[in-house]
Design a protein around this ligand. Structure first.
Ligand SMILES: Nc1ncnc2c1ncn2[C@@H]1O[C@H](COP(=O)(O)OP(=O)(O)O)[C@@H](O)[C@H]1O
Ligand SMILES: [Mg+2]
Length: 358
């Protein structure tokens, strides 16, 4: 296992900057997820750790040793690609065994390791099959076994579950998590799926446009997003964002004025749909129900208010409101996040009480 350090690690192709100079430390045995939208540089970061791409700047260290010039096959890194990338003409056993081929592992030792890896991911019954004779989920397990057979010091997973159906994704999520705990292998998961990231990893690295926006636990990112991007990327349905202006101890949003001390200038107010509530007209903001979306255990409403249209998420499948109904929209004070519009950073304010002002 290894402690992984990136110091000012960057990658560009000509004018295309895939990863800006990035600092990141991953502790020995830790499970970290790199989360962000498509094209933000997640795979590029992973491929630099694997030795598939050479960084255009910075230093990568495994347990304090510089590995920039160490070839991929000498880094002892296991990698699982989104496409599985199994060799189609090789049996499962041969696929799993492949990484040991150039390592001078004695035949009996290799056979032992192959069956051990196969057993870990529950494909020991499939060793004679070809990839085409298996389901996507089974192929993914084989790819995982192939990554583990080297007993890697670092395990890299690039969107490993995105080609699986929803039920299987759920099972594999828990299984990979358990396996990682048991083996204690330092693991980096790349994903665009926030649920996958927050349920599987100890810490989540949230990326956008080649940059790390925030590193933290699921709670940190949800409750204390330090950037507007993080607030809008984490949470589903997405957070409500409203433009406002802070001056002389108040924030003005639309026709409303809220007390907010210590901040100035253009701001964006963030309110999560699950923190808003619907009540009888006359309570909170004046609202009118625009749309009703049943989501199973919850119901999502789009409500017209003096602040603009707001998403409100209510627990329960019971639909208490219908399109066209007048309602009140209540906002608990602690649910409000406020960001500087120019820098997109979250601002701390001594008081911000929307309910009072409304
Ligand atoms: N081999 C490549 N050549 C040129 N540009 C690339 C290459 N690989 C990735 N990029 C670009 O780098 C950026 C980051 O890509 P990538 O790391 O694959 O994103 P992600 O995995 O987050 O979807 C994208 O703009 C992508 O088009
Ligand atoms: Mg990718």
């Amino acid at each position: 296992m290894a402690r992984i350090e990136l110091e000012q690690v960057a990658k560009s192709w000509g004018d295309v900057v895939a990863v800006e100079p990035t600092d990141l430390v991953i502790e020995d045995g830790e499970f970290v997820a790199i989360l962000g939208p498509s094209g933000c540089g997640k795979s590029t970061t992973l491929f630099m750790l694997a030795g598939i791409y050479a960084p255009t700047g910075g230093e990568i260290r495994f347990d304090g040793h510089l590995v920039n010039r160490v070839e991929a096959r000498d880094r002892n890194v296991g990698i699982v690609f989104q496409s599985y990338a199994l060799y189609p003409h090789m049996t499962v056993a041969k696929n799993i065994r492949f990484p040991l081929k150039f390592k001078g592992v004695p035949a009996d030792e290799a056979a032992r390791r192959v069956s051990e890896a196969a057993r870990l991911v529950h494909v020991e019954e499939l060793l004679d099959r070809l990839p085409a004779e298996m389901s996507g989920g089974q192929q993914q397990r084989v790819a995982l076994a192939r990554a583990l057979v080297k007993e890697p010091q670092l395990l890299l997973l690039d969107e490993p579950l995105s080609n699986l159906d929803a039920t299987l994704r759920l099972t594999m999520r828990a299984e990979i998590r358990r396996l990682q705990r048991r083996l204690g292998v330092t693991t980096i998961l790349v994903t665009h799926d926030q649920i996958e990231a927050t349920t599987m990893a100890d810490r989540v690295v949230c990326m956008s446009k080649g940059r790390i926006e925030q590193i933290g636990t699921a709670d940190d990112l949800y409750q204390r997003p330090n950037k507007l991007f993080v607030a809008s990327f984490i949470g589903a349905p997405p957070i409500n964002l409203l433009d406002g202006r802070a001056e002389r101890g108040t924030v003005r949003v639309g026709e409303l004025t809220l007390p907010a001390s210590g901040i100035e200038g253009a701001v964006v107010l963030g309110i999560r749909p699950e923190h808003l509530g619907l009540s009888a007209p006359g309570h909170g903001l004046a609202g009118r129900i625009l749309t009703v979306e049943p989501l199973g255990r919850e119901t999502l409403y789009e409500v017209a208010t003096p602040l603009g249209s707001l998403r409100v998420l209510e627990a329960g499948s019971e639909r208490r409101w219908r399109e066209g109904d007048a309602s009140g929209v209540t906002v608990p004070d602690e649910a409000l996040l406020i960001f500087d519009k120019a820098s997109e950073r979250r601002l701390e304010t001594a008081s911000l009480a929307l309910a009072e002002a409304a």
